[in-house]
Write a protein that binds this ligand. Structure first.
Ligand SMILES: [Fe+2]
Length: 387
């Protein structure tokens, strides 16, 4: 593998993981273990309607000082500011987020503002903070973003017309409760999309320039679990074993890409998400195989590991053959799980991809792509293939 010459790296993964069926019932014990006494629960309307909040609020009892649930599909800087003001007004000393990526990222932003004050626009950047932020306990209801263990939050700024990336080691969630029962009500298309977000994190963690042995190990096992169990979840959303294995995979992939970085798939997914509101996971799933094709000559060894993880590397295959087999398998996999194949299925237009191609060059994810991207036209070519 093409590691940096001196092979040096830092691994930093401070989130405690509590995994198990019904583990969400331990929320009060786990919150207290972090020193939390007054929790604001952060969630969205979909989660409330799915009946996933009532038992959490009931278990927290008087330690729940409020529920903030006004969060859209793609959260924004104003949402974070409002959430933080709500938490502050209610005297919260810990944030408990229950939801998918948008909810978790909102809560991450709130943790910063609760400690540091100000508005989220004051904290756009990388590693600006110098002290631990308000404790954050996450209960994911999707299995994909990995946000429960990463140092990053992606938050839309309508004024900029772009998603802001807030990256802070002092703001990594302190604890994640992975309860497979919290994901069984996830609709099929969300299971598919969020699952392919995790798949993309795992693949990109292997090809990202700063990858290292620990992130490789996490990415490889995440790929194994996703390849085996994501189709089972799609077939039968109530299969708790499969749901749990995909949750674990998503968290492992989150750790992997949180440390190693991602690449052009995420740069393109963020950009088309900002321009045409394509859900993040579905954008990744549609773009992944063609982005791998684009990168193929730069990292056949990384994609050969994908083939090995899928169990499809045959004897005698060199890295390039195995990498090509991995790309073909990825295309077949997305069809098998009923994933949309083209951006036009999600109402994306020709104009949108032109704008998004320009935007993608300024996306932080592209820095770690294994093949250097110089021109927006190169990214536009990939979009055109999947339009
Ligand atoms: Fe992602």
């Amino acid at each position: 593998m093409a590691y940096d010459q001196d092979l040096s790296f830092n691994y930093f993964g401070p989130t405690k993981i509590v995994f198990g069926i019904d583990s969400s019932k331990d929320v009060e014990i786990e919150m207290s273990s972090l020193g939390g006494t007054k929790a604001v629960v952060v969630t969205d309307q979909g989660i409330i309607q799915a009946g996933l909040i009532d038992h959490i609020v009931k278990i927290l009892g008087s330690k729940c000082v409020g529920v903030f649930s006004d969060i859209p599909q793609d959260t924004g800087v104003e949402v974070v500011d409002e959430g933080a003001a709500f938490a502050k007004k209610n005297g919260a000393d810990i944030v408990v987020s229950v939801g998918g990526g948008s909810v978790i990222d909102t809560a991450k932003g709130m943790c910063i503002l609760l400690t540091e004050g100000g508005n989220l626009r004051d904290f756009n950047g990388v590693q600006l903070l110098s002290r631990p932020q308000t404790a954050h306990l996450v209960i994911p209801t999707t299995a994909g973003t990995g946000s429960e263990v990463t140092n990053a939050a992606v938050i839309m700024d309508k004024e900029l017309g772009q998603k802001r990336l807030v990256v802070e080691n002092f703001n990594v969630p302190r604890l994640a409760i992975l309860d497979p029962k919290m994901t069984v009500k996830l609709p099929q298309l969300l299971t598919v999309g969020t699952g392919m977000d995790a798949m993309t994190h795992a693949v990109e963690s292997l090809h990202a320039l700063p990858h290292e042995p620990i992130t490789d190990a996490l990415g490889i096992h995440a790929l194994r679990l996703l390849y085996q169990y994501l189709p089972v979840c799609v077939e039968d959303g109530t299969d708790l074993l499969a749901r749990g294995q995909v949750q674990i995979a998503a968290t492992m992939a989150g750790w992997a890409f949180g440390l190693a970085g991602v690449g052009n798939v995420h740069a393109l997914a963020h950009s088309i998400g900002a321009v045409a509101h394509v859900p993040h996971g579905l954008a990744n799933g549609i773009l992944l195989a063609d982005c791998m094709e684009f990168n193929l000559e730069s990292c056949p060894d990384a994609y050969a590991l994908v083939a090995e993880s899928f169990g499809i590397r045959e004897k005698g295959m060199d890295d390039l053959d195995a990498a090509k087999a991995a790309i073909a398998a990825m295309r077949a996999f997305t069809k098998k799980i009923g994933h949309p194949q083209r951006l036009s299925e999600l109402k994306v237009k020709e104009d949108d991809i032109v704008k998004a191609a320009e935007l993608s060059l300024g996306d932080g994810a592209i820095i770690n792509n294994p093949r250097l991207v110089l021109e927006a036209s190169e990214m536009l070519e990939i979009y055109k293939k999947v339009l």
